[in-house]
Design a binder for this molecule. Structure first.
Ligand code: HEM
Ligand code: NAG
Length: 326
């Protein structure tokens, strides 16, 4: 938006030059509408195909949003999360802990990719599909709209151990999360704002079992969890349960409920509760609990995360099938 306005009245040669650079290269080389001439219907094909998948399984909203984080933090936003394991290499999607048995919905990318290959073979990257899908879900769930900068290319490497090394777990304290985001070029506000995506989706009971029954090996419930909420979660998640629970009370509404929950010690994960352990993140939680602020801040944070380590120009490739390198 701001860049487009800035391009409207280029009074100085310098402004003209920087405008041209923006239009050609964009921020980090990505820009909204990258496919407007090479595949004009790309974004509507993504949106329409996605809708049919969500109609048959609405709970795909969570995993398909979470994929952005798990893709971008591991080798950049290059769709490495979508590659299958092959003989001799376990891929990111099979990393036990963050991904295997937890992330799902890969068939959606395959379906969208097939529709795009029909319309414009070899043009639209899987890495861009991941970002467009998340934006469309968030809008469909009542969240803010933003133009997604596109032009990413797909990577050819996916290694499970890199997912384990780059994604922090749900029992992490604040500094662990802060340092991980800093390692990926993101700040504390980005951390707290992006984690607002925990306003949609579900978690498996196994993910919170230790928090409920044996926090840090103590044999006790995490003391940072509201006791009434803890009892409710225990009844939904008995020891060894294969159930799942919503991350906040409104798993299909992209709203600021997540922050309101965190403020009263009802964040589902220890990592969510950890935002209250230091003044700065606590202040951000309070600010984002006002939905107006959250909706202003979230798109910018997504655009920053979605720019991490992108492959551009002649780097990488445009996969024919999101699960396989060409
Ligand atoms: C340090 C930061 C983060 C931690 C520790 C974390 C951790 C987790 C965990 C443990 C789950 C539950 C997985 C399961 O039980 O199978 C989850 C779910 C989820 N996360 Fe995060 N997350 C973080 C950041 C993010 C970010 C940046 C996003 C997206 C922008 C995100 C979006 C989601 C969504 C939408 C779900 C629901 C998934 C579903 O419905 O299956 N998370 N997260
Ligand atoms: C709780 O965790 C500790 C440390 O990991 C472990 O030694 C103990 O067996 C666990 N207790 C239960 C009941 O699982």
């Amino acid at each position: 938006m701001t860049s487009v306005q800035h391009c409207r009245k280029p009074v100085l040669l310098l402004a003209l030059l920087s405008c041209t650079l923006f239009l050609v290269g964009g921020v980090n080389g990505l820009y909204p509408g990258f496919y407007s001439s090479s595949c004009p219907n790309a974004e509507s094909i993504v949106q329409e195909t996605l809708k049919t998948f969500l109609a048959s399984d609405p709970t795909l909203n969570g995993p398909l949003t979470r994929v952005t984080y798990h893709d971008c933090f591991v080798r950049g936003c290059d769709a490495s999360i979508l590659l299958n394991s092959v003989d001799g290499n376990t891929a990111e999607k099979d990393a036990v802990g963050p991904n295997k048995n937890s992330l799902r919905g890969y068939e959606v990318y395959d379906g969208i990719k097939a529709a795009l290959e029909d319309a414009c073979p070899g043009v639209v990257s899987c890495a861009d599909i991941i970002q467009l899908v998340a934006r469309d879900i968030i809008v469909q769930d009542g969240g803010p709209y933003w133009d997604v900068p596109t032009g990413r290319r797909d990577g050819r490497v996916s290694i499970a151990s890199e997912a384990l090394a780059n994604l922090v777990g749900p029992n992490s304290d604040y500094d662990t999360q802060k340092n991980s985001f800093a390692d990926h070029g993101l700040g504390e506000k980005d951390l707290v704002v992006l984690t607002g995506a925990h306003t949609i989706g579900r978690a498996r009971c196994v993910t919170i079992q230790n928090r409920l029954y044996n926090f840090s090996g103590s044999g006790q419930t995490d003391p940072s969890l509201d006791p009434t909420y803890a009892e409710q979660l225990k009844s939904q998640c008995p020891v060894g349960s294969s159930n799942s629970v919503p991350l906040d009370g409104t798993q299909f509404n992209f709203d600021s409920q997540y922050y309101q929950n965190v403020m009263v010690n009802k964040g589902l994960f220890h990592s969510d509760a950890a935002f209250l352990t230091q003044p700065y993140p606590k202040q951000i939680v309070e600010a984002e609990s006002d939905q107006y602020n959250f909706f202003v801040d979230f798109p910018g944070a997504m655009v920053r995360m979605s720019s991490i380590g992108v492959l551009l120009g002649d780097n990488g490739e445009i996969r024919k099938n999101c699960a396989f390198v060409n």
